[in-house]
Design a protein around this ligand. Structure first.
Ligand SMILES: N[C@@H](CCC(=O)N[C@@H](CS)C(=O)NCC(=O)O)C(=O)O
Length: 254
């Protein structure tokens, strides 16, 4: 994928999406897939994982990715604001149901996957652990550990929390299946389905022919397979397969 630099993007019109270049970061991959689903075109802008990202910091007030900026609206970097921006720019096809009860479910499940302390957050605590155990962890790792609340104690409880979330998602799908439905909520695909499909890659990456990620990261994401075998059901995997078959473009480009 070709990226503009932040300095160029600041003055560009329309929708700009800051992404961690060269890797399939789950928050960024989800943002891309939500925008693609709605047919929203954007200018990809480079962020460096764990870098200082000073130009990004002065543009958006923070240094992580993804960040979406539309025209002269304020930059949005939280998953929920990104989702709402997508809904606002292209209300159809909707990713949030109009029905309030279903909306609560979609937002709740999405927060459990992508939000603070959710599945992706817990997995990141685990992924940072080996480097944080070094006598002198690299500065990029220390930066991320600080930003995302890493501690030995937090990392130690991450597996259990991931298992709890996965169990809930599996139950949800089982209940839906019993009434002949494939998605987490209601009759059609919603944001929650996009979050799960993209975040499962943090423990079980898609194969190299459709996900040409760097080997070092594939190794990190795939580590802990024994742990995830406790909760990674065929149903959760099938859901992801269906998402990529029907709603998310392959091969991944980053
Ligand atoms: N702000 C986002 C989360 C963004 C996020 O966690 N980004 C990570 C993706 S792994 C990132 O940019 N990491 C690299 C870095 O912090 O430099 C949200 O809560 O919705």
């Amino acid at each position: 994928m070709e990226y503009a630099e932040v300095e160029q993007a600041v003055h560009a019109p329309g929708l700009r999406l800051v992404l961690t270049a060269g890797v399939p970061g789950p928050w960024g991959e989800t943002a891309k897939s939500l925008f693609d689903y709605k047919g929203l075109k954007y200018l990809p802008v480079r962020q460096e994982a764990g870098g200082e990202n000073t130009a990004l910091m002065s543009w958006t007030g923070q240094s992580s990715a993804p960040v979406a900026v539309f025209d002269d609206l304020p930059p949005v970097c939280h998953w929920l604001d990104l989702l709402h921006l997508a809904e606002r720019l292209a209300p159809s096809p909707a990713l949030l149901p109009a029905d309030p009860a279903q909306r609560v479910e979609v937002l709740g499940l999405s927060a459990l996957i992508a939000g603070v302390d959710g599945f992706g957050w817990q997995r990141r605590l685990q992924l940072l652990a080996p480097a944080m155990a070094l006598a002198e962890p690299p500065i990029s790792i220390q930066r991320m550990a600080g930003k995302y609340g890493w501690s030995e104690q937090a990392a130690a409880q991450a597996g259990e929390r991931m298992q709890g979330i996965a169990a809930l998602l599996d139950q949800r799908l089982a209940a839906q299946e019993a009434t002949g439905k494939h998605w987490f909520v209601g009759d059609g695909v919603t944001a929650a389905d996009f979050y799960w499909a993209n975040f499962l890659g943090m423990v079980h990456p898609l194969p190299a022919d459709v996900n040409p990620m760097p080997d070092y990261l594939r190794g990190m994401y795939s580590s802990g397979a024994q742990d995830s075998a406790r909760w990674l059901t065929p149903r959760l995997l099938d859901h992801r397969e269906r998402m990529y078959r029907e709603h998310i473009r392959l091969p991944l480009e980053f």
